[in-house]
Design a protein around this ligand. Sequence first.
Ligand code: BG6
Ligand code: MG
Length: 216
Amino acid sequence: MKSAIFDLDGVIVDTAKFHFLAWKKISQKYGYELDETQNEKLKGISRSDSLINILKWSNKQISKIEFTKTLEEKNIIYLNLIKNLTKEDTLPGVFKILSFLKKKGIKIALGSASKNSIIVLNKLSLTKYFDVIIDGNDVVNSKPDPEVFIKGAKELGVSCEECIVFEDSEAGVKAARFAKMNVVGICNSKKELKNTLFNIEGFLSIKSNKILKHFL
Ligand code: BG6
Ligand code: MG
């Protein structure tokens, strides 16, 4: 029996839009206008890798102290934006798929780059569904490096090949594929993900049994 590893932002909850708004504000500070296309490249990667990219795109160099301060500033903006997040904000079908997998005895892990994963999961009252949580606090290398998923599999006590990853970002799909895991892509027709088993717009658009067949 296979195990499931879920990404968080953009898969379980639409916090991707809040990361975008926060980075947009930080980018403006450096005279750079971050748009949605460019923002796709920030999805799935760590907070510091995101800032490294923004500085590159803005053609700016800053001191180590300002770098650290800016990361904190971005997080304050982000935390303020998600302050009123409740379980109503969980993406449609997520409760259903998590309970379905649990009922079938399939182990579930979280594999996210976010250092705010526990805060977000608690706000959504979803923490109890996860047998293992690996996030930005537990890894040295962020996606597309496979570390987060390899650690997830190890803590679940299964081999990488036995894991199916639910991901919405290119960096995340790459990370999972590097770890030899299959991926169900979460995306819409505007943004296709490659190298996945199949893509879905969200969990409402798929019958639980279609997913189950890949876990047996
Ligand atoms: C990823 C998001 O899950 O976590 C990125 O896709 C985000 O947009 C990254 O930058 C790090 O999140 P945080 O909460 O640690 O700043
Ligand atoms: Mg994501």
